[in-house]
Design a protein around this ligand. Sequence first.
Ligand code: MF3
Ligand code: CO
Length: 272
Amino acid sequence: MMLKRRKKDQTVPVRSAAEIELMAAAGAVVAQALIEVRAAAAPGVSTAKLDKIAEEVIRGQQATPSFLGYHDYPASTCISVNDAVVHGIPSKTFVLAEGDLVSVDCGAVLGGWHGDSAITFGIGDLAKEDEDLSDATREALWAGIEAMLPGNRLTDVSHAIEQSVARSGLKYGRRLSIVANFGGHGIGDQMHLDPFLPNEGKPGKGPLLAVGSTLAIEPMIALGGRKTLTLPDGWTAVTKDGARAAHWEHTVAVGKDGPRVLTLRPDEKPPV
Ligand code: MF3
Ligand code: CO
């Protein structure tokens, strides 16, 4: 989501065990939608076709697409290709091609509780640098997830993301940058709740994480500069310098035995 000033809450809102199960059910719907979208993505397929697949999966499980109608957003997914970072609007005339770097972001609400998740993948073979960009972004997501521990503070998650990107280092003589003015967010009975979660910053600041705290963690990384522009459609955020970008997102709960990824895909293995 886009940058928002954080309220001074003491603790990231805590959900009951029953509420976490409802969020996991919504998360499972989102996970399935993303799996089916990725399986259908191929050269010649329009992004609107992928959006329709996601919507059908969501509605088929008696859930509702949470993006559709959110601030008048016209689709069930955001599909952001190449230099588009986030919030790309699916289109019947935008057809995928070999080598495209595609990020799909999807959200569903089920029984009043939300799941929000994004993946990045290539169409056919990706250039090695795009593969590395996506891997570095996914590793940053998981570094953030691993910081979802009781007693940590919000910006411990931010810092873990930043450190992971720093470890990935320079790529191909270009800088790997954390996209400015976007980040993660609280999530629960609404898609976007306080606090805003920066993707970088000093550790140990902001509200405490407690067992049951839930956040959507979503690093957005570009193989170039950190600045973005919004296209005239009012939504699509593209990199200012035209560099490609990747986006990975999970909805995560702090558990007493460690983080619980509520949008985990059954086929998913955390990066090593
Ligand atoms: N997951 C996206 C985010 O957190 C939500 C998309 S906003 C919408 O920024 F309007 F497209 F729904
Ligand atoms: Co989100």
